[in-house]
Each structure stands twice: as C-alpha cells, then as structure tokens.
Design a protein around this ligand. Sequence first.
Ligand code: ADP
Length: 289
Amino acid sequence: MLTLRHLNKTYANGVHASNDISLDIPTGLFGLLGPNGAGKSTLMRTIATLQEPDSGTIHLDGADVLRDPQALRRKLGYLPQDFGVYPKVSALELLDHFAILKGLTQRGERKEAVEALLQQTNLWEARKRAVASYSGGMRQRFGIAQALLGAPRLVIVDEPTAGLDPDERNRFLNLLARISEQVIVILSTHIVEDVTDLCTRMAVIGKGRVLVEGEPKAAIATLRGRIWRGAVSDAQLPELQQRFTVLSSRLVGGKPQVNIYADHQPDSGFTQVEPGLEDVYFLQLREAA
Ligand code: ADP
C-alpha cells in the first residue's frame, strides 16, 4: 500500500500544485485523473522522489519514503511524460544498457530479465530494430519494459496514452492492467476512458486537490437517476447552461447533445441515461470551479 498524507507543494511562482493531498493506493491499477495543470505530474514527481513536498508524508508498505528516498528508488519503475530517449540502437541493446544502470550487473540474470520483458511487452519480434524507428505505441511499451526492470513494487506512468491510436492505447492499457495484478501501478491521465474500464481505483484531482476518490463503479453509481440527455440547438445552449448544470456537450449529427445533472427531468426533450465516469469527472470539476 502507498499512503499519502497531507501533501503540499507550492512553486516559487505561487502555484499551489499539491493542496493537502491524502490518498491510499493499494496494489492494482490506480487512475489519477485530472485536466492539464491539475497537479498530476507534480504528484507523480513527488512520489517518485524527484522533488520534495513542502509538507506531508509518503509511506510505501509502511516505510517512510521521504526519510529514505533511496529505498523507494530501488522499488520504483517510472515512465515520465517526456521519456525522450529514442536513439538509433536496438531495443535489446538499449534495455540491456538500462538494466546495467539499474544494477543488474550479473550477465546471465540480466539477459534473462531483458528477454522476459521484451516478451511481456510484445516487443520480442521487433527487439533488433532501432527504438528510433518504433511507433508511438511501441515506444510506450518499451518505456514500460525499462520501468519494469528490477521487479519494482511501484510503477508510475505519467500521461502514457497521449498520441496513441485506439488500438495501441488498448494494448498499452491491457499491459498495465496485467502488470498491476502484483504491483501498484499509478496511471496519470486526462483521458477519462483510460480510467473507466481497467482501473480498480481512481482519484480525480483539480487545482491540486483530491475531488473524489474510490472505485470508478461506485463513483458512477452515486449519479444514477440524475443524468439527463437531450439534443438542443446552438441558440438554446447558453440558456440551458444558466439554468442547469450542463456537464458536457458534443455534436451529434451537427446538433449539440448535452448531458445535464439534475434531480428532475429538465424538460420533456430530455431522457434519463446511465451515468458514466465522464459525468462524475465533469461534475466534480464544475463543482470545484
Ligand atoms: P498536470 O500534470 O496535471 O498537467 P502539473 O503538476 O504539471 O499538472 O502542474 C500543476 C500546476 O503547477 C500548473 O499550474 C503548472 O503550471 C504549475 N507548475 C508545474 N511545474 C512547475 C514548476 N516547476 N514551477 C512553477 N510552476 C509549475
């Protein structure tokens, strides 16, 4: 279990990027969801001990992370947002190089670990190709392979699905889900669908604060009976937004279709629909605004 208590971080420019953050993150895939600028990367970097909070505590399986950051680093796999290393060497060579840096100095053991990871991330067939020639999805899977070196207890991936096509995204998320059967995996993302299907637990953060935390299904269930959908005209939209909590609006066949949060049917043009995580997300952000 990873336990965060009352984490605060204010940057020199006055931005309060972590605001009293407390979370319990068990083994499994944990989705950290929030818009750009919410403070996700700040929190990821703090947990990865790349920067210190101003106050608060972090414990991994009971051990004080801030007191002994080295101990955490030995148990950590990290895929940062800007993992920009794509040289013209093969995946096999590069992963072997990272393995040496990670302390896998014994040749046979290292070869075994590197080969197993290339298999696990489905890069075995492409292991002799230069990482520079990889597609976005393959690069992200390579990023996971390097993060898994040394059998970490905690894996942090920061906005990994940006720029992946739907196929690559699914493949990548399935890989994370499989890994998370045994380790804590924290997936930071601004894409709601990344969290809906596979994350066992999640938190929504906005402006540095935890807005909601728990199982996606449970959070969704709290909105049952209060989400209404209807097609409106462009002209009606501003008035609706004034009278109701409009959660989202998307064009369907050229006309805006809106989701409204209300205890009762807004008007006869609206029908009740099953809530989704997107409704939870937009409601929380709306209420925090
Ligand atoms: P996210 O990952 O959710 O997009 P970040 O943690 O990157 O959010 O940023 C949270 C807030 O902190 C933003 O307002 C951002 O501009 C600010 N911020 C992030 N890093 C720094 C920094 N090194 N110095 C000053 N402000 C920063």
